[in-house]
Design a protein around this ligand. Sequence first.
Ligand code: NAD
Length: 451
Amino acid sequence: MSSTQHRKFELTDPSSRPHAPDAREPIGVIGAGYVGLVTAACLASMGHRVTVREIDADKVAALQAGAAPIYEPGLVELLSSNSQRLSFTLSMAELVRDAQVIFVAVDTPPTQSGDADLARVQAAIREVVEHAAAMERLLVMKSTVPVGTGQRLVSLLRSLGAANIGYASNPEFLREGTAIADFMNPDRVVIGTFDAPAADRLEALYRPLNAPIMRTTVPSAEMIKYASNAFLATKISFINEIANVCEEVGADVSVVAQGMGMDARIGPSFLRAGIGYGGSCFPKDVAALKQLAGNSGYHFQLLTSVIEVNELQKRRVVGKLRKHLGSLEGKQIALLGLAFKPGTDDMREATSLVLAGRLQAEGVIVRGYDPVVREDERLRGVDLHDSAEAALTGADAAVLVTEWPELINLDWAAVRSSMRQPVLIDGRNALDPQAMSRAGFVYDGIGRSTK
Ligand code: NAD
C-alpha cells in the first residue's frame, strides 16, 4: 500500500441494513484489491448486499474505519454512498454464510518462471469449501488465471466434497484509473461456465448493466482475457518500434499513429508510443500466456519479442539523456510521475522503477514526484519531493514518465527557469513539442520530430 492520502467514507451499522423483499442475490468478494473493491462497490451500487473478505488485517481495519486502502478515482464516494450494503471482514465463514454468489478477486502474481502463481486462488477456494462444503454456492473467478485452471479447480472442489458449489469464469477487463466506469459500462461481459444454469444466474446479475454478454466455455473465457491483454501489449510494442524507426528516418510517430488509427481496421486506441507498458496486468499476463503456450509445447515467438521490445523501450530514455547531457555521473534527474499510469497509486512493474534503477547505476542522483505516490519501498534511494516544482529545481533533466494531467498542465516555462539544464524527455508523448521548445526546453519525445 502506498502512503496516499485516502479520503474516508461513512459506514453504517450492518445490523441496521434494510432487507428489501426484492433484494438481489447477496454477494461475496474475496480480496479487497483494485478488482475486488471496485467489484464490491459497483455490485453494492446495483442493489446487492456485498460482504468483502480480505486477509490483510490493515486493509480490513481501514475499510471498516471508512477509508479506502487504494487510490482509485470515485471509489471512496461509491463505497460511501453504498455503505449500508457493504461489509468488510477477515472471516471467510462470515462471507460464506451471507453470500450466494462468491467472486474471487485475489492476486495471481508471476512466479520466477513467468507462470501465474495460483497459490492464493487455491487457498481461497479451499477456505470456501471448509465453510461451505455442503452448501449451494456459485464461485465466480475474476482473478486472471491460466487456461485450464477452472477445470482443475472444479476437480479440486469435487475432491474436497463440495458437490453443490458451481463455477464460472468471469474475467475482468477494468483499467485502473477508470475502473468504476469500466465495470459499469463494459465493452462486453464474458461468462464462461460448464453448465447453463450457472451462466443464467451470472447473466441475470449483469443484466442491469445493459452490456453485451458473451457466454462461452470456461477455457475460452480464460483465454479471452489473456489474448486481449497480449494483443494490447503487442499494439504498444508495435507502435514503440515504429517510433524508434521514425527517429531514424525523420518521421513523427504521433502523426503516423493518427493516420494509422483512422483506418477502421486498425483503430486509434493503444497507438501512443512511449517508454513501455508496466502495471500489474500486461507484464504478468503476457509472460503467463507465453509460459502457458510453452508449457503445452508451443513457442509463442511473437510474445517473446513483445516482451523484449518493452524492456528495451524503458531503457531508451537513458540513451536520450546521454545524448543531451553526456556522462550522467553526478547529474540530477527528475522523474515526473511514478505510478505505472495516471489515475492510480499502483507501482507494480512501473516503468519508473526500471528507470530509477538504471539511472542510479549510471551514478545519477534520481529525484521523483508523483501526485499520489508519496513513498514506496521499491523507490529506494530516490529523492522524493512534494511537488513537481520542487523535484525540478536544480535538475539537469526532467523525464515525464507518467502522463498525469497535473504534470501535463504544469507551468513549464516557470519550472524551466528553476532547472540547471533545460532537458526534457517526454516519455509519453503527452506534451506539445513546439510549445516546449518555445518555453526554452531541449525537448525529446519518443519517435517525434521537433522540426
Ligand atoms: P490486488 O493485489 O490489488 O488485490 C488482491 C487482494 O487479495 C489483496 O488485498 C490480497 O491481500 C487479497 N487476498 C489474497 N489472498 C486472499 C484470500 N485467501 N482471501 C481474501 N483476500 C485475499 O490485485 P488486483 O490488482 O485487484 O488483481 C486481482 C486479480 O484480478 C489478478 O488476478 C489480476 O490479474 C486481475 N485483474 C487485475 C486488474 C487490475 O487492473 N488491477 C484488471 C483486470 C484483472
